[in-house]
Design a protein around this ligand. Sequence first.
Ligand code: X2X
Length: 346
Amino acid sequence: TTALFWEEKALNINRRTILAGAGSAVLATAFVSRARAAQYNYKYANNLPAAHPMNIRAKEAADRIAKETDGQVNISIFPSSQLGADTDVLSQVRSGGVEFFTLSPLILSTLVPNASISGIGFAFPNYDSVWAAMDGDLGKYVRGEIAKQNLVAMDTIWDNGFRQITSASKPIATPADLESFKIRVPVSPLWTSMFKAFKSAPASINFAEVYTALQTGVVDGQENPLAIISTAKLFEVQKFCSVTNHMWDGFWFLANKRAWERLPDDLRTIVAKNLNQSGKDERADVAKLNASVKEDLISKGMTFNDTDATLFRAALKDAGFYSEWKGKYGDEAWAILEKAVGASLT
Ligand code: X2X
């Protein structure tokens, strides 16, 4: 922040000194070259701990971008909701207070309603079908919807993972265990609707407050991929982990539209290429972590149980969840989703 403040001050002084006349020419030149050293100082905010692969790969992208642009584009990373909780930062990336932000498609749906379609419960059977959809027609459709709200989404969506349910008090073995269960969900109508369909008691809480909410018992449980349960140390405040794989979730890499268009074409190409490359790298890291971290969580005291997905899916279907959301998204969007997963969901 100090560096950024200095740049802005330098530019202001520079403008004034130029107006003051030729006598200040030497001073003005000095400030111009100083300012040019990092012409585009952009902030990237996210909600995950620094140890999560998303932050590690984003740092690699930022380093490559600085190098390939000869220091003209400097991206500073602010992990762990340092610049605010997700719903606040979504406003900031729209206004331009923050230039880059990674956000779950489901939380993004508070602004772009149909963005949440990729998070429909039990839609994707595996990662192959996720990436075929998100790198194909479904992702393209959603990026088009995002563009209508004056945000730019990079082509490559980053991975969060398949989500699992944790609890302080009990394993979730069947849909009946979810009845009246006090569960934290991220701020998104789809999440709330899904757990209401399970007859749970969902509470919308930004990730920034999740650890404390679990620690103080405001909620009994939450749901997240294993990579987050591990890196955000949720195992310290949760005992049971039920492997439900109830939905896939990702992170759209969003840019403020004006900040994005301010970049000259050549720099924009470098930034996009590197963010997309790091997104692919991060997908591989998260898949590996989600597959390997279970033993570690067990050694830290968590108890795991597997579940039968067909029971949970049937409960959602019986509650009218799929037909309700088909109606909300509309036939066009729903057809793209069903084509991607190769099955009828209703
Ligand atoms: O808030 C969450 O649970 C998280 C970190 O998974 C998302 O960003 C949706």
